[in-house]
Write a protein that binds this ligand. Sequence first.
Ligand code: AHR
Length: 835
Amino acid sequence: MRFKFFRGAGFVALALAATGAMAQPVVTVDAEHLGAQVSPRLYGIFFEEINHAGDGGLYAELVQNRSFEDDAERPVHWKALGGAVASLTTDGMLNDRQAHALRLNLKGLGSGVQNEGYWGMSFRQQTDYTFSAWVKAETAYKGDLIVTLSGADGRNLGQTTVPLKLKAGRWTQIKDVPVRATGSDPEGRLTLTFNNPGTLTMDVVSLFPPTYKGRKNGCRIDLAELLEALHPKFMRFPGGCYVEGQTTPRNNLHNRFEWKNTIGPIEQRPGHLSVNWGYNITDGFGYHEMLQLAEDLGAEPLFVVNVGLGHGWMQPYNQLEDYIQEALDAIEYANGDAKTTKWGALRAQNGHPEPFGLRLLEVGNENANFYFDTNQDQSEHYFERYIQFYRAIKEKYPEVEIIGNVESWGTDEPSWRSEHPVDILDEHYYRSPSWFEKNFTKYDSYDRQGPKIYIGEYAVTQGYGVNGHLTAALGEAIYMQGLERNSDLVIMGSYAPIFVNEHNPAWRPDMIRFNASQSFGTPSYHVQKIMANNIGTRIVPVSVSDNTLAPTIGHRMGFSTWGTKAEFRNLQVIGPDGSVLLKDDFVGSENKVPSDKWESFGGETDGRRRTLSQWVVEDGVLKQQNQRAEGSILLSTTQLPDEYTIHVQARRMEGNEGFIIVFGAEDDENLIWWNLGGWGNSQHAIEHMADGGKNTIGAIRGTLEEGRWYDVEVQVRGATARCMLDGKLIHEFSLPERQSLYANATLDEKSGEMIVKLVNPTRERQITKINLKGAQASQGRAIVLASESGSDENTMRAQLNVSPVEYPVSFNEPSSSVTFPVQPFSLTILRLKVK
Ligand code: AHR
């Protein structure tokens, strides 16, 4: 039985575009043997203060450097107006938590300051903004403060006058003054001017737009709603490395997140420097606000505590009393009785008398490390630290589930190397799309008697395009299918990181991108969303057959580099009969490539890449001259046959790595490359890139000398190749077949729907037969995330370029066998009503 489609024009176009050879997999969904319950906590979120995720992002405060603590020398992000002199002062602070304030010498009418916000402030017409500040006069001051919402071009977009009558030397609070916007600007400013001369000191100057759920000191609505749409079951916070902190040579502090400094009135929060992610934090979005947000999202809070370890610092493991007490107090703050406990009472005072219900606590972030070479603990006694927290917490709060760290970097097989009890283990994976694909079955063989597993952080971070493409997202989707199939064991998972303010990225990719006024999700966001919103309650066994495809091999060769200048000469490509298929002596190209023999991808004219190549030809040598270029590719325009041998000489010049020979290429996202002297000149490797996703086929240790010419030979025989360096065989390999379709299923016992999830990471349309063993489907819905190319992305200008569509599907009569055309590069979720 075939589905009938009810779809818009977009779908038809997509279906017609898929003209490639079709694979025809068969998916058997065994409704007769239902498996375990799907973990009710499976999909959650991980909020870390990184990339201005909080300050300048989710935390709705519009004023940047509101407490004047961002810089000890100057009031950065503030500009003096109308002849005013603006400087920092440390005299007569508002309280002992504030180290600096703004001293303003005013000249009279129009004199004042302006704040630029976090790369602008978004003002919307007919919206009320809330202004607050603390102010003090040196000598008695009478006059008006004029609070103006300004456009980037200086237009007045709304104004309020605040009469001031200040006694000398006394701090006065200007509290919650509404300012209505009469116009809109996505990149506005806050202007504060006065009408009388005088000397004033200001601190904690704040402007809030309306917030998510109307919370005071709350969240930016569009960003919180993007989180809400994920229906997260839990929220891990506040990091990440952010929990650990980091020292700098100039700053000997640990700079870690200390929750007690992040609660109460905002003027009581000193803020701190996040050295990890490179900016000053107000701590306005503090422990209380994070607990509050989790509650508002309907997510269980999961708090990560510091174990006395950070980047560049540590507290001896036998002196952890304060850290343990801090963790116990955090639990009491979240859960303690409002009347009988100290911290519970403070929570109530801060506006939340009911407990937050914190039951998930993680002891450390990425603090269990191990040297596999020497079989030694390198974590600075993580397990000795861990057990002290575990005992103290379980003794007082036995209901709290404790999450332990396992190795996060350097191994695919992290494990709990300790006898100590633990409820849940937190694994982290930042890998390539093909790694995630391969690990579809990772948890099938895990020990079911051991602790439960939480995938606390994961994302495709190698081969993801510019900001995250569809192929990357599909790799994650396949991995998530694997989590669902094993969610008796893997009970929780959260993608990382969530947010990036596009003006200040510290980490790529991130699943929600924003600026002051706009926000959108990458394809990874949409994967998270539709997977989480279609989760089901029971695991259903699934098997798939006929789902392999031969690898696709292109017919071009070329060159590339990675963080290094490199040179190539004497190129010849020879056919099986000895004929010369391609030859270039690299002369006569007017010092410029591409000539018509070459096409440059990621070169100066390609705006999509972050780092650009500079290919030139000089004296018979092809040179890539931009040391910063990473993976920009020069491809021959000559189409080569299936079999050929490349002969070329190459040498590495300035930079940390070697050079790269490309072959079997179709374009810059479908190719094989031999990366010589990769990974900081430590390895030679064959890497296969398919639709933007990169996979290492084989690697060996190896280095290249700088400036020395090497003879390179690559014998290409279809999907098989031999790679020789100075006549010595280095690699011999065949590209493996590709799995063309990944499937899993769950039953939603409430709605009676069989949820079948299908991921097709290939460019081929798959006419898929779904056999429902022991069930018949009568009608349903399809939710499809697809695009024409795996390298398609969303951008600020094309925010929904890759986004899911949903449509009904129906059958002529109930059936246990349905055929469905699964689109190329797609995640398809079928919700079938079954009996
Ligand atoms: O998610 C970004 C970082 O990756 C987190 O801070 C850390 O836990 C991991 O190393």
